[in-house]
Design a protein around this ligand. Sequence first.
Ligand code: GDP
Length: 195
Amino acid sequence: MKIKSAEFVVSNSDVAKCPKSSLPEYAFIGRSNVGKSSLINMLTGRKSLAKTSGKPGKTQLINHFLINKNWHLVDLPGYGYARVSKSTKKVFQKFITEYFAQREQLVTAFVLVDIRHKPQPIDLEFMQWMGEHGIPFSIIFTKADKLKPKAIENHIAEYKTVMLEFWEDMPNYFVTSASKSIGKDDVLDYIEGLN
Ligand code: GDP
């Protein structure tokens, strides 16, 4: 899929205020600092559509972007950062939960995972929660430029082993790098196939 237009629509922390439109939407979520903003900018070909920041936990809103005037890309808040208070974490959890419960337009989510790290409990728990609630998702491994191909293979194999303890199959996954523009067409063509 070619991205012809990408426009910011609205940011909010209230699911009821998300766009009323019934356009299909695709949500991106992951640990803070996983490279989500960079990935969104790579996918859309816009340098600063999503705000990248060195400060974990800064994007704490649900951000809707209208792509090619016919689908929404949704940037969800990062989870799992240490620097916010417990009560703030609870508020995020509540609206993330509400987002997934209420957005019938959601076609699938993409859970971002830093390819360099071993499977982390927080990501595994989140995917478990998605599975239990019947929310379809794919995994997007980020920052693939940081590892050699063999190490990427090993990390994915390790992920598969852990996932298969809980799941019948390894979820669909993509290997990406925003720095080297790897995996862009794979993700966009997948979305096009579902749209
Ligand atoms: P977010 O908090 O998940 O939105 O993450 P950002 O997109 O702001 O990125 C967090 C940090 O990771 C920044 O320092 C980025 O420059 C870096 N980063 C993001 N994507 C990549 C990538 O594909 N490769 C490399 N090497 N670094 C990346």
